[in-house]
Design a protein around this ligand. Structure first.
Ligand code: BES
Ligand code: MN
Ligand code: ZN
Length: 496
């Protein structure tokens, strides 16, 4: 989909499809008012006749207008003007996207960014319009023999912009929206791929492909031999149970002076998590192909950063492995030695994510990072604690926690802070090693974060548990592309 601005007055606009908004009750937004004048009041009349009030998500589609220059009109409800918050606006955008998809036009002009959304600006409205439409058009058909006829004719969306300052804002917003949408799409494509296709090797190849297209992005892939030399005994113990070799994907984006400390993003990349010897129940186990969503999110975020050419240094680290039961797999009670030297008693082989992440957190030290953020589908307990709206956030640094929270609010990819208190560490005492890899049934997402914190003492660090947000189950099962918007927003904010 191509997105552009259009600086034209509604009075003289020509388009196969106009998308406008109306508030409750039937109060048209300024551009829609002007359009209605050209249509001799048809819009108001039709809204009244169909008794459409204008709740967020209400839609009126006029497939043929009497005008030659404006062939179709889609009007979307925005709710009460004083109550138009980001969530309501996104609902309206989703409804607009659905209507646009079904309409037979190749191009459309949207006036929806002119709506006044609480605490947001014109640029935000445009970005959300792009992200919502892209998400709505997304289909994963790689594995279907017939892709089906979901294809929409629509290939270009213009945003109506009528003054100079707004035009500059709109252009930046379009660039950012496009880059984030691209990163989200890549993350979804990687995650939706089945486990027999998306192996650690495949994931690494896809990261390398992204690197080939961007001059400032260098991608190297460490293999098991390299990990052995580094002493990553925790990480390697997980992949030992699988025939697919592990990979550590290293993506280095250089957008500014080499000496500037980088932001390091780490993404859990379990291309399939059966639990290992502590095997998971059969129901819904297919969804554990999504256990690499953190890794996919980091690769997607680096793609977006490279597209935007942000003036920062950013490193993406993705430990990729399978977690399967076999004769060589970790067994409960096994003790492994991490790269940091800490010995870990594996009381549950299904708590494997932290075993990969702890070694990669240690690896991150070599970058002397400005901050480290890890993103991981780490615990089912996080979904129990917070549900599926926010991701969980833990951090050892107040400033970083505030920045990540703010980025989540801006990008509407929200996080909710959780405690990282010393008291929880007690739950991971081991009789035989320095630490156990589980902390019992209480506060499972917190003890997982506390485990990681032991390996993140040398830099500002945030951990984002995306177990509840990275994919959807049920009828529209599929990856969401989160936390790409969060990560990219955090980095955009660092350039200001
Ligand atoms: N990948 C899972 C976490 C997960 C489970 C995410 C379900 C989303 C949905 C992780 O590796 C895991 O298995 N965690 C265990 C930890 C437990 C053994 C301490 C869990 O959450 O049950
Ligand atoms: Mn697991
Ligand atoms: Zn896992």
């Amino acid at each position: 989909m191509d997105y552009q601005t259009k600086s034209e007055y509604v009075e003289s606009l020509v388009t196969p499809c106009f998308v406008g908004g109306f508030y409750q009750k039937r109060k048209l937004t300024p551009s829609a008012v002007m359009l209605d004048a050209r249509l001799d009041g048809l819009l108001e009349k039709l809204l009244k006749r169909d008794d459409i009030e204008g709740k967020p998500g209400d839609v009126l589609v006029i497939p043929h207008t009497p005008l030659e220059d404006i062939e179709r009109v889609i009007l979307v409800g925005l709710g009460k003007k004083e109550e138009l918050n980001p969530a309501a606006y996104r609902k309206a955008l989703a409804a607009a996207a659905k209507a646009l998809k079904d309409v037979n036009a190749k191009q459309a002009v949207s006036a929806l960014p002119e709506a006044e959304v609480q605490g947001r600006d014109f640029a935000w409205n445009i970005r959300q319009s792009i992200e919502t439409l892209d998400a709505s058009l997304y289909r994963f058909t790689d594995c279907k023999s017939e892709p089906g006829n979901h294809k929409t004719k629509l290939n270009k969306l213009y945003f109506l912009v009528n003054d100079e300052t707004a035009l500059a804002m709109a252009k930046t917003a379009i660039e950012q929206g496009r880059a984030i949408a691209q990163g989200v799409k890549l993350a979804k494509d990687l995650a939706n791929q089945p486990g027999n296709v998306c192996t650690p090797t495949h994931l690494a190849e896809q990261a390398e492909r992204v690197g080939k297209h961007h001059k400032k992005l260098k991608v190297k892939v460490l293999v098991e031999k390299d990990l052995e030399v580094l002493g990553m005994g925790a990480f390697l113990s997980v992949s030992r149970g699988s025939d697919e070799p592990a990979r550590l994907i290293v993506m280095e984006y250089s957008g500014t002076a080499a000496k500037t400390p980088p932001y390091v993003l780490i993404g859990k990349g379990l291309t399939f998590d059966a639990g290992g010897i502590s095997i998971k129940p059969a129901a819904n186990m297919d969804e554990m192909k999504y256990d690499m969503c953190g890794g996919a999110g980091v690769i997607g975020a680096l793609l977006a950063v490279a597209e935007l050419q942000l003036p920062l240094n950013v490193v993406g680290l993705v430990p990729a492995s399978e977690n399967l039961p076999s004769g060589t797999a970790n067994k409960p009670g096994d003790i492994v030695k991490s790269m940091a030297g800490t010995t870990i008693e594996i009381l549950n082989t299904d708590a494997e994510g932290r075993l990969l992440l702890c070694d990669v957190l240690t690896y991150a030290k070599r970058y002397e990072p400005a901050a480290v953020i890890d993103v991981a589908t780490l615990t089912g307990a996080c979904v129990v604690a917070l549900g599926r709206h926010p991701s969980g956030l833990w951090s050892n640094n107040e400033e970083l926690a505030a920045a990540v929270t703010a980025a989540g609010d801006t990008a509407f990819d929200r996080v909710w802070r959780m405690p990282l208190w010393e008291e929880y560490q007690e739950q991971m005492k081991s009789n035989f090693a320095d630490v156990a890899n589980i902390g019992g049934p209480d506060g499972g997402s917190v003890t997982a974060a506390c485990f990681l914190s032991r390996f993140a003492k040398d830099f500002p660090w945030a951990h984002v548990d995306i177990a509840g947000t990275a994919w959807k189950s049920g009828a529209d099962k599929g990856a969401t592309g989160r936390p790409v918007p969060l990560l990219v927003q955090y980095l955009i904010d660092r350039t200001q």
